[in-house]
Design a protein around this ligand. Sequence first.
Ligand SMILES: [Zn+2]
Length: 342
Amino acid sequence: MTLASVVGQPRAIDALQAALRGGSVHHAYLFAGPEGVGKELAAVGLAQALVCPEKPNEGCGSCEQCLRLAKGAHPDVTWLMPDAERLDRGLAGRSDFSGTPSREIRVEQIRGLLERISLRGLESKRKVALVVDAHMMNQQAQNAFLKTLEEPPSETTLILLASAPDKLLPTIRSRCSKVHFGPLPVELISSRLQKERKLDAQTAQLAAIMAGGSLGRALALDLDALAARKEVISTFEALKPGEVGALLRWADTFGSSREEAEHALSILSVWTRDVAVVKAGGEHLANRDLLELAREVAERTHEAMLHRRHYLMEKAKGIIVERNGAPRLQLERMLIELLEGR
Ligand SMILES: [Zn+2]
């Protein structure tokens, strides 16, 4: 793994390589873009290019320094992330935390990071700090971090990874060199899924579209859940205004957990897009096998209503994923607003 081997993000990688070649690497970067599109791989690649003794400014990917860095075990490269993320990655166990591991990055963590980077590099001249989910820094943490950006330690490169960069203070954003990572092309994700998950072309295509340009999300997709998409869609389309009992049952079935609700909403987002495609006279659906149903729904649904559907689904997903909203309740609210118009 090196910077050059990051796929699907030519503009971002070109910009970083140009800075490395020209000796104009910034002291702070903000890698902005959706989850699972290569931000972290690029950050590891950039860090390797900065500390690799074999191929300076490029990174060889195979020397001891590069390998340790990729494993998260390089003494001059500090990783920081929310406790909940460390738990998810298996870098910490339940017993390492007294309460529920936080989804936020706390000010104590930032202080610890600053202490570490104020020390001399142990093995390389250059030090790198990598902040995963930087947008999860709480207010205090962001203020502490801002001070560092105002007086950056020498020989240090800070890399912030953020899927929701708007949550960062404008003063943090303006002091970082911003590198944008876009969604990956569907074809790229689809071919990786066919190769790595042995999926057939149609399923891989569908999964790629559902993952919204995120390879990480596509690889993590539960394939059984993908098979259940027909049920999510057909039961959703069968809901009618005034039948509140059915509506509550639907929310109960698909809102049993955060993941489940997020998944159902992703399915419905793609489906709503399919209906809009049919309405506009197109036939290239992600859910190719549901063309008949898409035609039927397109027939009876106004275009403005499809926009509203999409808006309400994204809103519910945002509240569930980013603000930790109760999944069943958010689904209920979405359905009530959608069907009852209130
Ligand atoms: Zn190397």
